[in-house]
Write a protein that binds this ligand. Structure first.
Ligand code: ADP
Ligand code: MG
Length: 592
């Protein structure tokens, strides 16, 4: 063991730099933010060797007075904050006074600047935290920051950098997103002399969106605009037919700051709930603005996270904005319009490929628009008691036409005929949907529970027990009667009538596991997930043969659903083969 010592300044700042400067893109982010804070109208970024050799950011902003240059690269020196009080109404992107000092401690940093009102500017060089030069210099108005040889003195960091292509992409993605957030600023980005991005600064975001997503994708994006008294949400989201397999294309800016906030993404995803297949994610670039005093930005050294004073208001703002945008900008296309039969070559031996044929038939956009229309109407109906009494104001029953049952296939699918073709229905998914809507519909009043003849006792690990304890009120509204029964132990005296067949202790355990995974901040959403989970248990299984009466009853129930075409988890309940599709497949039409 060694004696305790205060670390030399150079070591301390390298440690601090580790928090802020992780990779080349983090340097670019800090320097861009400085340029924007300085009121730049034009920002030029030059990168060489994926940022290992050089990152240079030039702006035409306010500049730094020669006398203040050394301060700019000093830790905890900032022009943006005076007192701790200021932290709670920050209008600038920076405020920690850390970035330039951090960058200077792990690279060779050259700062050249001149404020408009000064005749001459100055240049200052810092290398590995040591001041190398500081001299007056004639230079254009504004600031140029050059960062060379990043991490030259922290080889361990260098090893953590990803392949050049990855680091370059990170920079491209970052600059493009900032360009989108600040469309009135002209951005240029060059990688190894090649122009990657050039924006006009004319305030038009669509144009920049095309750089981010490509022209075709950008064209499909739906505009979001919601102005509330506390929150403003603007930007672009993808229609339901356009998805990705991960969340990487989901971007949020809060008050002009790019943040990674899983709760905001969750709010976005909830707005798409049951409209996307499981494991698919929308694309989105959303700009949330609210009173600076309602956001705490001082949560994370890289300022990538924020805390909201009233998170629920913000999340529900995002949700409403997205839902409304989805609703108003989704035309209701004809179910099979524009669909071309697959080419025989794509069908192997020319057999009918159900899978590819099913895609256009369950056009998600169609389903979604109708879904949302209903949802909005039913919300309206629920709010307005008078109109709820009036049958005409209720959502039209059955976005499905009336179906005639043909039979069951493989004990798993129902086959039905409608006026517009053939429907293959997954009985498990369909039953899940039916139960889900029934339970959600009844949630204004507690659901019926079924008392158990013999109470079941469940013992849980402490952390799970705490979670369960918290959710007892919600569970009791869903028909569970659960009470604490000794340390980390509960007695289950009733379970929802819907799942009486199942093992009560097992059911409770499954639900608690759900609480653990649950990241949604909204109680209503948590409730919906729980209900979906219960319905999954309660629904008839695939492979379970149903009597003709049961099959017919399931069809009737499904017809009455608001969103009959997807199960509560977003999987399709049915495949619809339109008459048109059938005729084309049999060569009766379309081939002439
Ligand atoms: P912060 O941005 O948190 O204040 P930085 O270390 O990033 O801390 O910058 C320190 C100070 O240097 C800023 O407060 C600002 O006064 C000045 N500065 C940095 N970059 C620029 C720039 N591009 N134009 C004008 N001033 C700048
Ligand atoms: Mg800064």
């Amino acid at each position: 063991m060694h004696a305790i010592q205060i670390l030399p300044e150079a070591v301390a700042s390298q440690i601090a730099a580790g928090e802020v400067i992780e990779r080349p893109a983090s340097v670019v982010k800090e320097l861009l933010e400085n340029a924007l804070d300085a009121g730049a109208r034009q920002v030029t970024v030059r990168v060489e060797d994926a940022g290992r050799r050089l990152m240079e950011i030039a702006d035409d902003g306010a500049g730094i007075a020669a006398a203040e240059l050394p301060l700019a690269v000093t830790r905890h020196a900032t022009s943006k904050l005076r007192s701790a009080e200021d932290l709670f109404h920050i209008q600038t992107l920076g405020f920690r006074g850390e970035a330039l000092a951090s960058i200077g401690s792990v690279s060779r940093l050259t700062l050249t600047s001149r404020p408009a009102q000064h005749a001459v500017g100055a240049r200052l060089v810092v290398e590995g935290g040591t001041l190398r030069a500081n001299e007056p210099l004639g230079t254009p108005e504004g600031t140029v920051v050059r960062v060379e040889n990043l991490f030259f003195n922290v080889p361990a960091r260098l090893k953590f950098l990803k392949r050049d292509i990855t680091e370059r992409q990170q920079i491209d993605a970052l600059v493009t997103r900032y360009a989108l957030a600040y469309p009135q600023v002209r951005f240029s980005l060059f990688q190894d002399g090649r122009a990657v991005l050039q924006t006009s600064g004319n305030g038009d975001r669509r144009e920049i969106l095309a750089s981010l997503l490509g022209v075709d994708t950008a064209r499909q994006m739906i505009e979001v605009a919601l102005e509330d008294q506390d929150v403003r949400v603007q930007g672009y989201i993808s229609p339901v037919a356009l998805t990705r397999s991960n969340r990487r294309e989901i971007t949020f800016f809060v008050n002009g700051r790019w943040v990674q906030d899983s709760a905001l993404s969750t709010a976005l995803l909830q707005a798409y709930r049951t409209l996307l297949m499981v494991g698919r994610f929308p694309l989105a670039v959303l700009f949330v603005e609210l009173d600076p005093e309602a956001v705490d930005v001082n949560v994370h050294p890289a300022k990538a996270e924020v805390r909201f004073r009233s998170p629920d208001a913000v999340f529900s703002g995002v949700q409403r904005a997205v839902r409304r945008a989805l609703l108003t900008s989704s035309p209701v296309p004809q179910v099979s319009s524009g669909w071309q039969p697959p080419q025989p070559t794509a069908l192997g031996q020319g057999a009918f490929d159900l899978h590819s044929a099913s895609r256009p038939a369950i056009d998600p956009a169609w389903d979604m628009a109708a879904d949302l229309a209903r949802a909005e109407k039913s919300e309206g109906a629920a709010v307005n008691a008078a109109s709820a009494q009036n049958p005409a104001a209720l959502p039209p029953s059955g976005m499905l036409p009336l179906l005639r049952l043909v039979g069951q296939v493989g004990g798993t699918y129902l086959v039905a005929e409608g006026p517009d073709g053939l429907y293959l229905i997954d009985q498990h998914a369909a039953h899940e949907r039916v139960l889900f809507e029934r339970m959600m519909g009844g949630l204004t009043a507690p659901l019926a529970g079924q008392a158990l003849l013999e109470a079941a006792v469940v013992q849980l690990p402490a952390a799970q027990a705490a979670l369960l304890n918290e959710q007892i009120p919600l569970l009791s509204r869903l028909g569970f009667d659960i009470e604490p029964f000794g340390p980390n132990t509960f007695r289950v005296r009733a379970i929802p009538a819907l799942i009486t067949g199942s093992d009560p202790a097992a059911a409770v355990r499954v639900l608690v596991e759900d609480f653990e995974e649950d990241e949604t901040p909204l109680q209503a959403e948590r409730e919906a997930r729980l209900v979906a989970r219960i319905c999954k248990r309660a629904a008839v299984k695939g492979g379970q043969s149903l009597s003709p009466e049961e099959q017919r009853a399931l069809l009737r129930d499904l017809e009455a659903c608001f969103s009959p075409r997807t199960c509560p988890h977003g999987r399709p309940t049915m495949i619809h083969l339109t008459v048109d599709v059938l005729e084309r497949q049999f060569g009766r039409r379309g081939s002439r």
